[in-house]
Design a protein around this ligand. Structure first.
Ligand code: HEM
Length: 149
């Protein structure tokens, strides 16, 4: 263990409050991941429903919904990234499992490969969606375009 990790372990032993804060932060990192995935799923569903209905009202509904879901998505992404920082700092002294010991390293690698694949797929889907939103906005009649602003 490095000196910094020893210091963190000492801090966690001295103050259960810090331990609870780290635990909650880690839990919310997972919850925010679920939120982000759920908002991506909802976006995916409404894209398909909009395509099926193919009417200006459905397009307007989709574009308004999309705007809200994007806020939700961004919020959860920032939450994941910011919460990931203390999670990383405290990982070795808080989450490291002594029973699984070094075998955790390949397990963590597998998890990160999966996460990286999900993030890469997500970025590509996000780009496709952006193009679709621009295209759909252009198809709206002018009075509905005003409603969007
Ligand atoms: C969109 C990007 C990310 C997603 C979807 C994500 C998701 C997750 C999930 C679901 C876990 C729980 C894994 C488990 O308990 O088995 C986790 C763990 C963790 N995350 Fe993230 N995370 C992301 C970005 C980050 C970032 C940017 C950091 C660091 C700044 C970070 C640091 C960690 C750490 C240290 C762990 C604990 C180690 C592990 O279990 O793999 N994460 N992440």
């Amino acid at each position: 263990m490095t000196e910094f990790n020893l210091f963190l372990s000492h801090l966690l032993q001295q103050s259960p409050g810090v331990g609870v804060a780290v635990m909650m932060n880690n839990y919310f990192h997972d919850v925010a991941t679920a939120l982000m995935m759920a908002s991506a799923f909802v976006l995916h569903v409404i894209v398909r429903i909009e395509a099926e209905m193919n009417s200006p009202v459905a397009t307007l509904f989709f574009l308004k919904m999309h705007r809200q879901m994007v806020k939700f998505f961004r919020f959860s992404l920032w939450w994941i990234i910011l919460g990931g920082v203390p999670r990383t700092i405290f990982y070795a002294s808080f989450e490291w499992n002594h029973f699984a010991d070094k075998l955790q390293v390949p397990a963590l690698m597998v998890k990160h490969v999966l996460m990286a694949a999900a993030v890469i797929y997500g970025i590509r889907a996000w780009r496709r969606l952006k193009i679709k939103v621009v295209e759909l906005k252009a198809t709206l009649p002018p009075e509905m375009q005003k409603e969007l602003q």
